[in-house]
Design a protein around this ligand. Structure first.
Ligand code: PHE
Length: 505
């Protein structure tokens, strides 16, 4: 930069103006500044000199031609017609070359374009079903012209030829910037170092009176600000939390990533033989080997409802193992935490004789031993809401979900009957996605079964409904992310989080 600036000033000193910066000899080389990169480097120096009023420059724009990869290939290795001519035998020397054989030698694309042109040039002729050379020597003018275009950006024979090269996709038109330069009011042949700051020392010594200051550049882009940034998942989590708070929900404690099978499954009336409990779906923890035993009286009630039934249910009447209940798992859903919260509500009722209705939610991590792919990881976040009150109905559940999802911008919901061991009825929730323009499954819900609620000790007329969804899915849809690994995990670049639009809006 510095060398270029000094050089530009010396040329101006000598000639008064620079009419065309493309004619400048690059300092330290014997080459003219013909490429666009050269010109942009020159422009950097011009900007800096102009900011000191040492020069004035105007930007000129020329349309230039640049060869495409195919154009470059022809310029390097010869035109298609020259390749055809080289491939065929001379007249009277060997078998005429059949079109199919020609294609085999120089490629179908080259043969197709080249044979017509070579015929037209009189280089080859038909003999029987094949081609022969008609002339002993050729001048590959097309190649010469292409090389010329590559060097000068234009065609020696003019615009018509250039249009033809563009049509054949051998060259493209590009804007090329160059500059005209003249002296400015502060012209001098050396670049003085300008002061950028007014310092205490300058003020004290009086040096400021003679100092030359650098002009402010109000056009300059500021440095990007740095600061903390919320990950998109946390951002959307915040949105969900606010919706829950607006609707009067309280947050449940969810710190138990490692949970006993008792709370994750048994308390939820999930049969001990349920396939979801198997190794393929659930991560079991081997150390420690067992959880603390559950509260004995509650454990007895849960055992009873599974094995022989009760509360109007006939139970599963399947083998039961206390050992199974004490296994430790990475919780497969936050409904384990909801169960703990509901049991607490029941205990409170037992102590005070007063049932307190509750609206509870949680958003936290759950784990499933699933095949990992672009949209699935072995862990994700679950958003879960639970409402407990006397006499709630399925209509209340549907109404609640409509209000809840509307606050997220999803107006049209559809429900489909589904199955959960712990809810009856159960509903899958679908929403019409206005951007994707289709119905997408967004969650799962249901009315908790008496087999789950009554062993806890909740009053008979208390109904609890709940719904759950993943946090990742709406986040991915919202921010157009289609691979979960760019959202979660060690491959997420930190700056993608800092620069994410989700951080700002
Ligand atoms: N636990 C369910 C799931 O993992 C979600 C759910 C919560 C369903 C509450 C019904 C009631 O998908």
């Amino acid at each position: 930069m510095e060398a270029i600036s000094t050089y530009i000033l010396s040329v101006l000193q000598k000639d008064g103006t620079i009419v065309d910066t493309r004619k400048l000899l690059l300092p330290g080389t014997s080459r003219n500044a013909t490429s666009q990169e050269d010109q942009l480097a020159i422009q950097g120096s011009l900007n800096s000199l102009q900011s000191r009023d040492m020069i004035k420059y105007t930007t000129q724009e020329t349309l230039m031609h640049e060869l495409t990869p195919e154009g470059n290939d022809l310029a390097d290795n010869g035109s298609h017609e020259a390749r055809v001519w080289a491939a065929v035998p001379s007249k009277g020397q060997g078998e005429p070359l059949a079109p199919a054989a020609l294609q085999g030698i120089i490629g179908a694309a080259s043969a197709k374009v080249g044979q017509g042109r070579a015929m037209k040039n009189g280089w080859i002729g038909k003999e029987g079903a094949g081609f022969v050379k008609l002339v002993p020597q050729i001048t590959d003018q097309a190649q010469i012209d292409l090389r010329q275009v590559r060097e000068t950006g234009t065609h020696p024979k003019g615009e018509k030829e250039l249009a033809d090269l563009r049509k054949r996709k051998l060259a493209v038109q590009k804007k090329f910037l160059w500059f005209t330069v003249e002296k400015g009011p502060e012209f001098s042949i050396s670049v003085e170092k300008l002061e950028t700051d007014l310092t205490v020392e300058m003020l004290a010594s009086g040096a400021w009176k003679d100092a030359k200051f650098k002009k402010y550049n109000f056009e300059a882009e500021g440095l990007p600000t740095s600061g903390g940034a919320l990950h998109p998942l946390l951002k959307v989590r915040e949105e969900f939390r606010n919706i829950f708070f607006e609707m009067g929900f309280a947050e449940m404690p969810t710190s138990t990533y490692v949970e006993s099978a008792f709370w994750n499954f048994d308390a939820l009336f999930v049969p001990q033989q349920h396939p979801a409990r198997e190794m393929q779906d659930t991560f079991y923890v081997s150390d420690p080997v067992a959880s603390m035993p559950p509260q004995p009286d509650y454990h007895a009630e849960v055992t009873k409802v599974h094995t022989v039934g009760g509360y109007g249910s006939s139970g599963y009447r399947a083998p039961w193992s206390d050992e199974e209940t004490q296994k430790l798992v990475l919780r497969t859903h936050t409904t384990a935490s909801s169960a703990r919260a509901l049991k607490q509500l029941a205990d409170e009722y037992k102590q005070t004789g007063v049932f307190r209705p509750a609206k509870l939610f949680s958003i936290d991590r759950v784990f499933r031993n699933e095949a990992v792919d672009a949209t699935h990881l072995a862990e994700f976040h679950q958003v879960e809401g639970v409402v407990a009150d006397r006499g709630l109905t399925l209509g209340d559940l549907i109404g609640f979900m409509q209000t809840f999802f509307k606050k997220m911008g999803l107006e049209h919901l559809r429900f489909k009957p589904a199955y959960n061991p712990y809810t009856e009825p159960s509903l899958e929730i679908f929403a019409f996605h206005p951007q994707l323009h289709k119905w997408v499954e967004i969650g799962n819900s249901g009315m908790f079964r008496p087999e789950m609620l009554e062993p806890m000790g909740l009053p008979k007329d208390v109904r609890v409904h709940g719904w759950g969804l993943s946090l990742e899915r709406p986040t991915m849809i919202r921010y157009g992310i289609n691979n979960i690994r760019t959202l979660v995990g060690h491959k997420v670049p930190i700056d993608s989080v800092e620069k994410s639009a989700a951080v700002r809006f």
